[in-house]
Design a protein around this ligand. Structure first.
Ligand SMILES: C=CC1=C(C)c2cc3[nH]c(cc4nc(cc5[nH]c(cc1n2)c(C)c5CCC(=O)O)C(CCC(=O)O)=C4C)c(C)c3C=C
Ligand SMILES: [Fe+2]
Ligand SMILES: [Fe+2]
Length: 377
């Protein structure tokens, strides 16, 4: 969708009493994905040249980033070929944007969602131009990553700040950094897990135990050790969802998928958990816990590669929980998060208002903002 073309010129919108309704642009952050086979390599170059992803001195990053991207292109292209040569992420994110627009219609403010992808179009600069053309009174930054990581939300925020400046956009901006254990988000996720759990149980012979693998995107361990709160937040999400599931004695584990560099990544890996499940003779229900849309890592890695691996290992059953996409419960949770963030009146907020991450996580954006204030004093 051309977000600029769709933006209408500012018109004075009034509520029933005749008072002007503020225009609020909601910017949805996501990672983005190639839109055709030829885009795979430049998409990967954008990703691996991001200083939030490739933490090496600036002078070697362009060279090394391009080198890693070139080496990864074949494997990634094979994955996208299974999906028809492109990622479905943009269409699904636009679906979420339109669903959230509809959920927020008729509020005291006039809302409009825009999509800003990090590594492929529409990227922040395009999105910021479209937002500026719509002439909002406020901007609300809403990551489609429930858990904050410097590699995802943190990177998107940096890209947005630069793009907004370039587009001359200087209206008050609210940033929602995370909603890892927001009650409505956790309940919507638990409802999807419950549906998949019931289907899996019905498809399994009696007596075969079922274990939930909550599978999140992995991160290099060094990033977590440097203070990234992502792993802690993933664990909070899982605890919140498990609590709402209320299944007595539930066998479950948190694990991490999609390792793409040779460094040590956080674990256990989802593959290692498949091996353990085979050893323990338990079936698995895999729940993507850090992705709110289907994309190559759910549709290919989970549905094709890990399923085949589970079969090869002799895991007695393999099932998957669908990602949220435009699930009404999830969209309602986002709507309430938008309302809460605006009502809270903070420029930077979590789902609960203030900082949630414990002290050691110095890369929590609240901790960084505090450090910046101290430095300036
Ligand atoms: C060092 C590399 C990477 C880190 C760290 C990383 C973190 C991270 N990523 C997501 C979500 C997504 N990643 C996607 C694609 C993707 N990610 C990496 C690398 C890292 N990600 C690569 C190389 C790719 C391209 C695909 C591939 O080569 O396999 C996507 C989009 C997928 C699509 O269908 O287009 C998402 C979404 C999270 C949540 C995260 C850390 C918290
Ligand atoms: Fe990734
Ligand atoms: Fe935090």
């Amino acid at each position: 969708m051309d977000q600029t073309a769709a933006a209408s010129p500012p018109t004075p919108i009034q509520d029933r009493s005749g008072a002007a309704r503020p225009r609020v642009a909601i910017v949805l952050f996501n990672l983005g994905g190639p839109d055709r086979p030829e885009s795979v390599r430049p998409f990967l170059e954008n990703l691996f040249m991001d200083p939030a992803i490739l933490r090496v001195p600036g002078f070697i990053r362009p060279w090394l980033g391009k080198f890693i991207a070139r080496r990864r292109t074949r494997a990634a292209s094979e994955n996208y070929a299974i999906l028809g040569g492109k990622s479905p992420l943009l269409e699904l994110t636009e679906g979420q944007a339109r669903a959230l627009d509809a959920a927020l219609a008729g509020e005291a403010a006039e809302y409009r969602c825009f999509v800003a992808m990090r590594y492929w179009h529409p990227m922040s600069e395009e999105a910021a131009r479209a937002v500026a053309a719509w002439a909002p009174d406020e901007v609300l930054l809403l990551p489609l990553y429930p858990q904050f990581s410097t590699t995802t939300t943190g990177s998107s925020l940096a890209a947005w700040e630069a793009a907004a400046r370039k587009a001359g956009l200087s209206v008050p901006t609210t940033t929602l950094c995370c909603y890892h254990s927001d009650p409505a988000f956790a309940e919507a996720t638990a409802a999807l897990v419950r549906g998949a759990w019931d289907k899996a149980r019905a498809g399994l012979p009696e007596g075969v135990p079922l274990r939930i693998l909550f599978s999140a995107h992995g991160l290099p361990e060094s990033i977590v050790k440097a203070g990234d709160p992502y792993q802690w937040q993933v664990e909070q999400t899982v605890a919140a969802v498990v609590e709402r599931l209320g299944i007595e004695g539930l066998d479950h584990v948190v694990c991490y998928q999609s390792r793409v560099t040779p460094q040590k990544w956080i674990g256990p890996s989802t593959e290692a958990e498949l091996e353990r499940a085979a050893h323990d003779k338990v079936a698995v229900l895999v729940c993507p816990i850090a992705f709110v849309s289907e994309h190559s890592e759910t549709l290919v890695e989970l549905d094709v590669e890990y399923r085949e691996e589970a079969e090869r290992l002799g895991v007695p059953g393999y099932f998957r929980v669908p990602a949220q996409n435009s699930d009404p419960g999830f969209i309602a949770a986002l709507r309430d998060l938008v309302r809460g963030a605006r009502a809270g009146g903070r420029a930077l907020c979590s789902f609960a208002g203030g900082r949630q991450c414990p002290k050691p996580f110095g890369d929590c954006p609240h901790a960084r903002a505090k450090a910046r204030v101290k430095e300036a004093a």
